[in-house]
Write a protein that binds this ligand. Structure first.
Ligand SMILES: NC(=O)c1ccc[n+]([C@@H]2O[C@H](COP(=O)([O-])OP(=O)(O)OC[C@H]3O[C@@H](n4cnc5c(N)ncnc54)[C@H](OP(=O)(O)O)[C@@H]3O)[C@@H](O)[C@H]2O)c1
Length: 303
């Protein structure tokens, strides 16, 4: 029997990569905010989300009867969240509460996605049991969402991830798409030297979630690539890998950017437990960039 997977946020960056990974073998009901889906596949159905309440979400649970839910929906505009606290809370907390309440009585496994922004960035890379201390509204909302999942008695995995990149249909350019465009145009870019992390290709993150679902894993898992770097080092390594001019990558400090939301600086997610418990090895930065670069999502035939 094919697994029946409910996928809120199916049109987002992670959602699209999950679709590519899951659709050959699973029946997926995707939920998102657009009236229609661009995805056409015999294993795929789509419903527009009509709000984040339990009542709004009851219909897909009743009609589709999922075996598992992977929540790829989120409010992800970190700076805007400082002004749009309510919209951020709706997606990152209220929607999660509804999913938890609908999964729990039915014993449905929930895969939930969170972020390194639950940490303050004082002393990363972080293991799963490190103490969260978010610095901004987005991080606070994601921690509140985590706490709802952890506090509920249900089979659930929370996968925290960090700087996700990946190509897809009608997505805003990710960090590397933007960087490639600037460097190819011969423009200088200022990239921060004081933010560290281990960014991950969205297909790798999708692989972690799919494996967690397959094993009905529960608890907290971290998902990032094995290579911890500053953003500036990432940009230089990226330029080197694609044969672009690294001299255009100028070092700047986060404080110079004047961003509305404070960032965790020394971040990074230790993924040893994830690899060990889920029996996975994750692609390194350079291999991931090569795979990302070769990826041609416009040629996907999801059909
Ligand atoms: N991207 C990163 O660098 C990063 C880093 C760490 C953690 N994460 C986490 O990874 C997960 C996936 O992120 P992503 O990069 O795939 O984000 P994304 O591309 O912004 O996708 C999020 C999806 O959720 C939808 N959504 C937003 N608000 C909603 C609401 N109120 N009700 C229903 N759907 C809603 C969005 O629709 P619209 O397009 O209409 O808004 C979009 O399709 C999230 O949990 C995020 O917090 C991401």
């Amino acid at each position: 029997m094919r697994q029946r997977v409910l996928l809120p946020g199916c049109h987002g960056r992670l959602g699209q990569h999950l679709l590519r990974l899951l659709l050959p073998d699973c029946e997926v009901l995707g939920l998102d905010r657009q009236p229609e889906s661009f995805v056409a596949h015999s294993n795929f159905r789509y419903q527009q989300i009509q709000g984040v309440s339990r009542t709004a979400l009851r219909v897909p649970f009743r009609d589709f009867q999922p075996d598992a839910v992977i929540n790829a929906a989120a409010y992800t505009a970190v700076d805007k969240a400082e002004e749009e606290r309510e919209a951020c809370w709706q997606a990152n907390v209220d929607l999660v509460r509804s999913l938890v309440e609908l999964c729990r009585p039915r014993g449905i496994w929930l895969g939930h996605v969170s972020t390194d922004y639950v940490f303050d960035g004082a002393d990363g890379p972080y293991e799963e049991d490190a103490r969260p201390a978010p610095l901004n509204v987005y991080g606070q909302s994601k921690l509140a969402g985590e706490n709802l999942v952890r506090g509920a008695e249900l089979p659930a995995a929370i996968v925290r991830t960090i700087v996700v990149y990946g190509k897809g249909h009608a997505l805003a350019p990710d960090f590397f798409t933007w960087l490639e465009g600037e460097l190819r145009a011969g423009r200088e870019v200022g990239i921060v030297t004081d933010q560290w992390g281990n960014c991950i290709w969205a297909m790798e993150l999708a692989r972690v979630l799919a494996r967690a679902m397959e094993r009905r894993a529960s608890g907290l898992y971290h998902a990032g690539c094995p290579d911890l770097m500053s953003r500036h080092e990432m940009a230089l390594a990226f330029a080197g890998e694609l044969g672009l001019d690294g001299d255009l990558v100028r070092p700047v400090a986060t404080a110079q950017l004047g961003q509305a939301a404070e960032r965790p600086l020394r971040s990074g997610l230790d993924c040893e437990r994830t690899c060990r418990e889920l029996g996975l090895s994750l692609l390194g930065f350079r291999e991931s960039i090569r795979a990302w670069s070769a990826d041609r999502p416009e040629l996907w035939s999801i059909n």
